[in-house]
Design a protein around this ligand. Structure first.
Ligand SMILES: *Cc1c(COP(=O)(O)O)cnc(C)c1O
Length: 371
């Protein structure tokens, strides 16, 4: 097969037809509603309805959505917060930003928090559990909730990459007390810059967050408590609102591509293996991960064939220089550390065609047959 380009970023394709967005933005410019206001409120209502949750509060980005969620559940300086070492750095970064200490639990063979190792990480100082729905695939959130409930510890879901992912029909991001989503350009629901959302069913928490993310202002002249300016921009709310209308088609295209790639790789499982796909889980594949032998050579080979494969991520969080003060060392999370050597991210997003998926599978086959 001849060389074919399979790009990791789809943004130029996604926004090739930009006029409809500009139409919406004209309404915004005309209204002058440039902070909070009706466009943000409309998107928040729509997003809450989509997920099946009572309240959605827009934020500046996903990291801020995590920070606000941790504040809302009462995490204070000196507290411990349990999370995973295999995530984007922002998960642990948000914990540090509220003055708390990230306590890591190793992941399982689905790249999700290992629920069998969760309970033993709980101490009297544990103030929250932050499971990540990594790669847009649900963690075992039902098991996590039962452990958390049994121990009286609130859960903050990092659903940043997982909008539309479900467990037994229920959206992730609706299980924990306050939960975070990102609308970074390369997340399944994305905007033209940064954006984030906190969701909660708790009226009091929602009321706190509404004030806190807008300086604590009850109204123009009255401040109830110290807050911050951490709001979703109306421009982004407008982009997100239009994209939310088409999100299911886009997620279904990702799911189709992932299934086709799973099938295309299934007889190569000695060399490359996609994780188990549990029944009742709707995985939305913000990134498509597999574990590969000779990962670095495979990566180079695929890139040379025009396939923009990546690694998310080669260095686990606990081994980053930033984490040195936490006291972890190599060997502390053996599953995560092994996976850091094996994982490869293959482009399977909604703009990848079936023909391109087949080209990825045949390129991987050619690599292993030659080696
Ligand atoms: C993207 C992401 C974040 C951070 O979101 P931003 O909007 O970039 O701040 C946090 N956690 C996970 C799992 C993510 O994928």
């Amino acid at each position: 097969m001849g060389a074919m380009q399979v790009k990791y970023s789809y943004l130029d394709q996604q926004f090739a037809e930009v006029e409809p967005y500009f139409e919406d933005l004209r309404r915004l410019v005309k209204s002058g509603e440039f902070t909070l206001g009706p466009f943000v409120e409309e998107f928040e209502r729509k997003f809450a309805r989509y997920l099946g949750v009572k309240h959605a509060i827009g934020t500046n980005c996903g990291t801020d959505a995590l920070i606000l969620s941790l504040k809302a559940v009462g995490v204070k300086p000196g507290d411990e917060v349990i999370t995973v070492p295999n995530s984007f750095i922002a998960t642990a970064g948000a914990v540090v930003a509220v003055g708390a200490k990230p306590v890591f639990v190793d992941c399982d063979e689905r790249y999700q928090i290992d629920v069998n190792k969760l309970e033993s990480a709980i101490t009297p100082r544990t103030r929250a559990i932050v499971p990540v729905h990594w790669a847009g695939c649900p963690a075992d959130i039902e098991a996590i909730m039962s452990i958390a409930d049994r121990n009286g510890i609130p859960v903050v879901e990092d659903a940043c990459a997982a909008v539309g992912a479900k467990v037994n029909g229920r959206s992730v991001g609706t299980f924990g007390k306050a939960n975070a989503f990102s609308m970074h350009p390369l997340k399944p629901l994305n905007v033209w810059g940064d954006g984030g959302i906190v969701v909660t069913d708790d009226d009091e928490m929602a009321a706190f967050l509404r004030l806190y993310h807008n300086h604590g202002l009850r109204d123009r002249d009255h401040v109830d408590f110290w807050g911050v300016n951490n709001r979703l921009q109306p421009v982004q709310a407008i982009v997100a609102s239009r994209l939310l209308d088409g999100i299911e088609d886009s997620l279904e295209a990702r799911i189709r591509n992932a299934r086709r790639l799973d099938a295309g790789l299934s007889d190569l499982s000695r060399f490359i293996r996609a994780p188990r796909r549990p029944q009742g889980y709707r995985e939305v594949y913000q990134i498509y991960l597999a574990g590969a032998a000779n990962r670095d050579q495979l990566l180079n080979d695929l890139v040379a064939r025009g396939i923009e494969a990546k690694v998310h991520y080669p260095i686990p969080i606990h081994l980053q220089k930033a984490a040195a003060g936490l006291g972890y060392k190599p060997g502390d999370f053996p599953v995560c550390e092994r996976q850091a050597q094996e994982i490869i991210t293959l482009p399977a997003h909604q703009h990848v065609t079936a023909e391109q998926i087949d080209y990825i599978a045949s390129s991987i086959r050619a690599f292993y047959e030659a080696s």
